[in-house]
Design a protein around this ligand. Structure first.
Ligand SMILES: NC(=O)c1ccc[n+]([C@@H]2O[C@H](COP(=O)([O-])OP(=O)(O)OC[C@H]3O[C@@H](n4cnc5c(N)ncnc54)[C@H](OP(=O)(O)O)[C@@H]3O)[C@@H](O)[C@H]2O)c1
Length: 319
């Protein structure tokens, strides 16, 4: 049995579930951090039976809630001596949703789940990560961030606490893209901040993967049909799960940090130009991300926001 410990959020379906299976097969100690315990328990049993790896644990986590993140980290730390790999896979995107929703801390739900939650969780686990000989953090990002090649696109920073929820049209798809762009910018900053602790932080640009029935069934009708049609040609989650595994365990990525990596396992670079033919290559290719992500002011903004939203909680809840 390998000694390495991996924690995967949202490991009850899709890529997260396939990743839990992959790590379990490879004899890692796997901790599934999931919201729906009934469904997740069945998945955990299934993974243990399939892989014969008994070291597959399940801890409750709603990553949109600070209290739930705190209790998950506390539980994890009481059971495990350190953390080697942390995969922030869970995300909120409900296609067709038009209602602006707030988390328990009054943060827009996509941002709470996809950006601020993962940030707080890493902060709370930092001491356990720094005890590992080769700690790696992976953020599940998306090709949706390419929308920021549009020079008019900005993160809706002024509407993250419900400021304009009743007057501005809400697009869950746009907020999802904003939250994942913010997660990418945090990847760059966290990599810099945690270098002294030897912690590597990267993001994976996920393009398209078959969605689970459960995820599709949460969508509104027209989106459901669209998703089932797309699923016909979309690849299975197992391939992306193998990429999670490769980035988090291989020697190739041992010293790589602060990078966006694509589905072909190549490093994605900031676009050199966002005009003419190069812009077409940016949009249709997978080797460049918008300059917006590397703008120091944008990075400082999301870093400052993440700290200010969580510092009060952090100071009162040292795990
Ligand atoms: N599939 C794609 O084509 C694609 C493309 C680009 C990026 N991605 C990214 O890849 C990652 C995995 O996506 P997927 O396609 O595998 O989706 P999925 O099957 O819908 O899985 C998402 C997981 O996140 C969990 N989750 C959502 N909100 C949560 C919360 N508040 N607390 C804890 N867990 C929560 C879900 O749990 P419940 O079952 O409880 O809802 C589910 O386990 C996501 O970060 C997604 O943004 C996917």
């Amino acid at each position: 049995m390998k000694e390495k410990i991996v924690l995967i959020t949202g490991a009850n379906s899709g890529i997260g579930k396939a990743a839990a299976l992959k790590f379990a097969k490879e004899e890692y100690q796997v901790i599934m951090a999931c919201r729906n315990m009934e469904i997740s328990y069945a998945v955990q049993r299934d993974i243990i039976e399939t892989t014969k790896n008994k070291d597959v644990d399940l801890i409750e986590l709603d990553v949109s809630s600070f209290d739930s993140i705190h209790s998950c980290c506390k539980d994890f730390k009481s059971k495990y001596p350190r953390l080697d790999i942390l995969i922030h896979n869970a995300a909120y995107l409900n296609h067709g949703e038009t209602e602006y929703k707030l988390s328990p801390e009054h943060i827009e739900l996509s941002f709470a789940t996809n950006t601020i939650g993962p940030f707080l969780m890493t902060q709370l686990l930092i001491d356990h990560l720094s005890k590992s000989a080769d700690p790696r953090v992976l953020h599940a990002c998306t090709t949706n961030i390419k929308n920021f090649f549009n020079p008019k696109r900005n993160i809706e920073f002024d509407n993250l606490r419900g400021e304009h929820k009743d007057t501005r049209p809400y697009s869950t798809y746009k907020m999802y893209g904003d939250s994942k762009m913010a997660l990418l910018m945090l990847t760059f900053k966290m990599a810099e901040e945690y270098k002294r602790l030897g912690i590597k932080v990267n993001a994976l640009q996920i393009n398209r993967v078959k969605l689970s029935k459960e995820t599709i069934n949460k969508m509104r009708s027209i989106w459901k049909t669209f998703a089932y049609l797309q699923n016909i040609t979309n690849p299975l989650p197992a391939g992306m799960a193998d990429t999670y595994f490769h980035i988090c365990t291989s020697n190739e990525f041992k010293h790589v940090t602060g990078q966006l990596i694509n589905h072909k396992r190549e490093i994605v670079h900031s676009a050199t130009s966002e005009k003419g033919f190069t812009q077409l290559k940016n949009i249709f290719g997978s080797t460049s991300y918008p300059k917006y992500a590397k703008n120091p002011q944008n990075i400082a903004h999301i870093w400052g926001l993440s700290l200010s939203l969580t510092e009060d909680y952090m100071s009162k809840h040292i795990v």
